[in-house]
Design a protein. Structure first.
Length: 561
């Protein structure tokens, strides 16, 4: 690991990286502008990494600015709010700005021109230190804030790192390393207080002391604006640090390495090494949510390239069609040949300007063909190794290309495909002009599709197994119930038989007892009465009581004396 001191703070280097032409001069010194309301807003329900938001409004419903229009259905998701007041005119599939070009579910709003805030908008507070960290996370979550550096990961999730990895450092990313893009530069210059206050709020939510704000040294005005606001380069646990301008220093893992010397493990997260990283735009959005109660409904977007007449940065509502951004940036020039969302290294081509911007959109680049498309036909790999030398993640791009080309999606993962940040350094230096990043994106998409299929098949198998298990259990329980019932019945019968016999004996004994008692009474009477005498000359013996019978056989016609 190499390190050097840069303006007083010890810095480390990451592997590879490039010095690229910056092309930032056309927009960096122009103040950002708000845009007039567009005729319609198309809000994708998939603005972020994670599960799509679910609509809570209906077609025809009137909505207010800042009103919740789609809820987050799970932990890794983010809600969506109306960027202005108006009417919901459609909920359905619309083309989305995505490399696949596929449509996706959207809510369409027709603005009413009043731009009226939702009366039930949450109250903000300047006393954020009084808020519990969990309360801050909830408010950030409710405001629909996602990472504005491009990744669009739900911020509330990042503010709640696993307890197993205590976080001690917050990194605020103001590097903005990709050519052409200047929205973070303008934000730091124009809203330095919001960025720093946002950093303090995030620090409070994380419960950490140390905040490192990394700014590439090609943005001296932004650094000065923050330094002025902070009253120094280091104060109250916050340090402003100039970092060398090397692409891609703005990558999360690369900036963490440069500022702290720590390396995020393969397939790991910054929180694994005690760091959370947030973009400057995200910090400003957190400030607006906590202090002013504003959800994330707009952002700064750089509109640039030779194909735009008046390049600059605009404050655009989420869902604004790109055509509206370009129209209010002087319109197209004769050089408008390619439309790209993002920068020339990590952005992706769009087929129409009717597509809306999303929360993660930092740049619209309208370029000449040769600015973004390699005019030379690809040739076979000559195994020069330049791609390996340039890779900031220390991967083997040539091997990745080889396995992606061969559709060997098992082996490609052995070479840590998913650590690739798609920075494009390898393709930029490749003398064979191979579109390497396209191959990596293709391989990732295929693997995700296969995993989704596998997941679907696993779910179906689990459902089937569960059904069989349930049927088997029900059968077993039924058999047990029947056996129990049978046993109870048999026992009852037995008891009855047993109980019935005893009853009969008891009854017989009772009858005998009663008879005896009756006989005892009759004997006494007989003893008191004179015994009948046999008739003279009769040989008949005198009548005697018989023990064997209950009746006394006397001659009813014979009267006693
Ligand atoms: S830079 Fe291009 S030609 Fe050279 S090894 Fe890498 S993929 Fe092959
Ligand atoms: S695109 Fe991926 S493989 Fe190529 S240099 Fe960047 S991180 Fe490395």
């Amino acid at each position: 690991m190499t390190a050097h001191h840069f303006a007083g703070h010890k810095l480390w280097h990451f592997h590879g990286g490039l010095h690229l032409p910056e092309h930032k001069e056309t927009t960096r010194d122009r103040e950002s502008r708000p845009l007039p309301l567009p005729q319609r807003l198309v809000l994708s329900l998939h603005q972020h990494i994670g599960e799509d938001a679910e609509p809570v409004v209906r077609v025809g419903e009137r909505v207010w600015k800042g009103q919740l229009i789609a809820r987050a259905p799970s932990y890794v998701s983010a809600p969506l709010h109306a960027p202005t007041s108006g009417t919901v005119t459609d909920i359905g599939e619309h083309p989305l700005p995505h490399p696949s070009g596929l449509p996706g579910p959207c809510i369409v709003i027709e603005p009413d021109g009043e731009d009226a805030w939702w009366p039930e908008r949450p109250q903000g507070t300047r006393d954020y230190l009084e808020l519990d960290p969990a309360e801050i996370r909830q408010r950030v979550r409710d405001a629909g804030i996602v990472g504005l550096g491009g990744a669009a990961f739900p911020t509330a999730v990042k503010l709640n790192p696993p307890a197993a990895h205590p976080v001690d450092t917050l990194v605020i990313n103001g590097a903005e390393c990709e050519p052409y893009i200047t929205c973070d530069d303008r934000l730091m210059r124009e809203r330095a207080r919001e960025v720093l206050e946002g950093a303090r709020i995030i620090r409070h939510a994380l419960g950490v002391e140390r905040v490192l704000v990394g700014i590439e040294d090609n943005k001296p005005e932004a650094f000065e604006a923050l330094r002025h606001e902070l009253h120094g380069e280091s104060r109250g646990g916050i340090e402003l640090i100039r970092v060398p301008t090397i692409y891609p220093t703005g990558g999360e893992k690369q900036l963490i390495k440069v500022l702290t010397g720590r390396e995020v493990p393969s397939n790991g997260l910054p929180s694994d090494i005690g760091v959370v990283c947030q973009n400057v735009g995200t910090a400003a959005a957190v400030y607006r949510a906590i202090v002013h109660g504003e959800p994330l409904i707009s952002r700064l977007v750089t509109v640039t390239g030779h194909g735009v007449a008046e390049p600059g940065n605009v404050e655009a509502l989420i869902g604004t069609p790109i055509a509206h951004l370009v129209a209010h940036s002087g319109g197209y020039t004769e050089h408008a040949e390619r439309l790209v969302m993002g920068g020339p290294m990590m952005g992706f081509a769009l087929h129409t300007d009717e597509l809306p911007i999303i929360k993660g959109t930092n740049c619209i680049l309208v370029a000449r063909e040769e600015e973004v498309v390699d005019p030379v036909e690809p040739m076979p790999c000559i195994r020069c190794g330049r791609c390996t030398a340039a890779c900031p993640v220390d991967l083997l791009p040539q091997q990745l290309y080889w396995y992606a080309h061969a559709r060997d999606f098992d082996h490609i993962q052995d070479y840590n495909l998913f650590d690739c940040i798609e920075c494009g350094c390898c393709a930029y230096v490749c003398p064979s002009h191979l579109p390497l990043v396209h191959y990596y994106r293709y391989a990732k998409t295929e693997i995700w599709a296969q995993e989704r299929e596998k997941e679907k098949a696993d779910r179906a198998r689990r459902r089937h197994e569960f059904r069989l298990e349930r049927l088997e259990r029900e059968k077993r329980e039924k058999a047990e119930r029947m056996a129990k019932k049978k046993a109870e019945l048999a026992k009852k019968l037995k008891d009855k038989e047993k109980g019935g016999g005893q009853d009969a004996i008891q009854a017989a004994l009772e009858r005998v007892r009663q008879k005896k008692a009756a006989q005892g009474g009759a004997e006494t009477d007989r003893q008191r009465r004179p015994r009948p005498r046999p008739a003279p000359g009769s040989n008949e013996p005198p009548a005697v009581a018989s023990d064997a019978g209950s009746e006394t056989h006397t001659d009813p016609g014979r009267q006693e004396d």
